[in-house]
Write a protein that binds this ligand. Structure first.
Ligand code: NAD
Length: 297
């Protein structure tokens, strides 16, 4: 079932499986990443490599971007050789990166000025969700543009319309606050249990069906118990999201005391060289303070 032409910029942990799912759903993909080897990997699945984001936009009327942070989205979409240089009026840009809501609003306004449709559509669910096509997709932009692309989102996951430009990324920040604080709470709970001489596996089994149960407990708890902090979602990306949450909170005059505390913890882990560890390594900070490890390793 042949579908339309889609452009995709940013072929990292998330972008590659998303490209593969769109190809499986019948779309033709033209792709670009600043790292050439990333393009070679998806070329093997049938994607056509391009030499710039501009060239991607010249080849496809709909371009999805999936890059790390605000500066990267702005470079890929608004910058020299970026998507807007190659996009014609009436085409569309869907930025699925997790970036600051104010940056999404800036990109949305620039797209409006060029007659190009825009959505900010960050995701949750990590690499497993991207591979399974089961991401939670949080979307900001014009309602009719969201409705137009509901079918395109289906091979990637379940999308929810959240409001105007930036609303998708504000929703993602809410998600990232809950995840970070939940990881810290799980880490503290297991360190306490371990120090008291309990088996963390038993504690996990006893509480996971109760009110403390969560997707974070179910996925990150076992990693802490095993002492396995391989990513997953990297500490450096979560620091970026917490920085964006605090920046947005400052702009809105909202105090986020517990988010600020975890942001400091994550900053300390970055200084210890743990930026590439999974964000479950927030527990390492609590382990170090207590002088034990949850795994006993
Ligand atoms: P990643 O670092 O693995 O990949 C990002 C890719 O973008 C890299 O290949 C990089 O070379 C490329 N890139 C950067 N700037 C570019 C530019 N200007 N033009 C073209 N390519 C460019 O990151 P990721 O894990 O795939 O995450 C992407 C986004 O998704 C981030 O905003 C992240 O916070 C978010 N996210 C990640 C996860 C996860 O579990 N990894 C989960 C949910 C959301």
């Amino acid at each position: 079932m042949a579908q339309g032409e889609i452009g995709f910029v940013g072929l990292g942990i998330m972008g590659k499986p998303m490209v593969r799912n769109l190809i499986k759903a019948g779309y033709s993909l033209t792709v670009y990443d600043v790292v050439g080897t990333a393009m070679e990997e998806v070329a093997g699945d049938g994607a056509k490599p391009a030499s710039s984001a501009k060239e991607v936009a010249e080849a496809a009327p709909v371009v999805i971007t999936m890059v790390p942070d605000s500066a990267d989205s702005e470079a890929a979409i608004l910058g020299p050789n970026g998507v807007l240089e190659g996009a014609s009026s009436g085409s569309s840009v869907i930025d699925m990166s997790s970036i600051a809501p104010a940056s999404s609003q800036k990109i949305g306004a620039a797209c409006d000025a060029r007659g190009v449709e825009f959505l900010d559509a960050p995701v949750s669910g990590g690499e497993p969700g991207a591979i399974a096509g089961a991401l939670a997709i949080m979307v900001g932009g014009k309602r009719d543009v969201f409705d137009k692309f509901a079918g395109l989102m289906e091979p990637l996951g379940n999308s929810t319309y959240c409001g105007a430009y930036g609303a998708g990324n504000t929703t993602k920040l809410a998600n990232q606050i809950i995840v970070a604080l939940n990881i810290a709470a799980v880490g503290e709970a297991f360190v306490l249990s371990k120090k008291a001489g309990l088996d963390p596996n038993v504690v996990f089994e006893a509480i996971k069906g109760g009110l403390a149960g969560s997707t974070v407990l179910n996925t990150k708890g076992p990693m802490m118990i095993e002492g396995n902090f391989n990513p997953g979602f990297r500490i450096r990306l979560h620091q970026k999201d917490l920085n964006n949450a605090l920046q947005t909170a400052r702009e809105l005059g909202v105090p986020l005391p517990f988010t600020a505390l975890v942001q400091q913890v994550v900053g300390s882990l970055m200084n210890e060289g743990k930026g590439e560890s999974d964000h479950s390594a927030i527990a390492n900070f609590i382990e170090d303070m207590a002088g034990i490890t949850i795994s006993g390793k």
